[in-house]
Design a protein around this ligand. Sequence first.
Ligand SMILES: [Zn+2]
Length: 386
Amino acid sequence: MKKIKTCIKILKDLVSFNVLGGQSNLEIIDYIVEILMAHGIEYHLVPNTDMTKTSLLCRIGPAVDGGIILSGHTDVVPVSGQEWNTKPFKLTKIDDYLYGRGSCDMKGFLACCLASVELFKTANLKKPVYFAFSYDEEIGCLAGTELAASIGKKYKEKPIFAIIGEPSMMNPVVGQKGICVLKTTVNGSAGHSSMIRSEVSAVHVSAKLISWLEKRMDNYAQGNILDIRFDPPYSSVHVGMIHGGIAPNVIADNCSFFWDVRVIPGHDVNSVIMEFDEYCRIVEQEIRTKFPGFCIITIEDHPPVPPLGTKDNSPVIPLIRKISGNYNLHTVAYAAEAGQFSNEGFETIICGPGDIAQAHRANEFITIDQLEKCLQMFEKLTEEFV
Ligand SMILES: [Zn+2]
């Protein structure tokens, strides 16, 4: 069967597994394992602690240094509340378009990998190709760090490169901001609003903290940690949700707000959190003279996802330009597992089929043309590795 036909058949099967972020992905992994076993490829599982989800690793080719990792996630985002014209978990072909949840983000890439197993297997590769497929990417890249670290544990040899196949229209992406989502809770003292001078309003204190965060972002904009590849070229801070108080005439004894920090490469997200925490301790000290039980608590609502900042002189850049056929380097605003692989020491790039604009929305699609381009990239990669 022609490779593109195999690829579409596999994509159809992959889309039929409605594995949302947070849910068990064991069935879709079983399906992938069947394909690998049919080709005699050994694999490793990297499960979560209660064995309900697992990442998968395999190597095709010799156990020598210098290989390349092809990585993608097996989970997708929900479809609830979206108006689809087709059944989201049934891949539907209309002209050159293949509609279905995950067709673009990012089962299209996984299908290209799996449709190329035969090619990789029979090509007599001098350097190996690895697959690293994760779970729970869509709810905060929860498995990427462990998956990237497990490559060094499962294999004695060390791959150099990693391609994360997030949708980029096959353009090489060298940069992605890191993200950390936080929750800050302020405990004040309740009372009649006329008593505001003798009680502590958690809402008022939260407003003060939020305005401090916004000023901090202004400092980043004027500071020297800038990366002009991004828009905006500095780390940003945003408060997206706030809950507090019960009535206009009641002093709020509790207020919480959720915020995120998106850091450029080279800016440590922990330094942002530490600065904020130091300020919170100062505010606490001031207020405790009036109200001893006063406290501000900030916790990470999700583990941080590190940024990707692949350097101009990285050896992955000439390789990806050659095999993708696309020269210009890009940055993206979305979070992905790329920084997690980069932190493990792999020269990492994002490059995959489909347009991120189609991801996460109703009538998500990928074009057959994009799948063909990705299959061609793997053919060129094979030529580089024999
Ligand atoms: Zn994705």
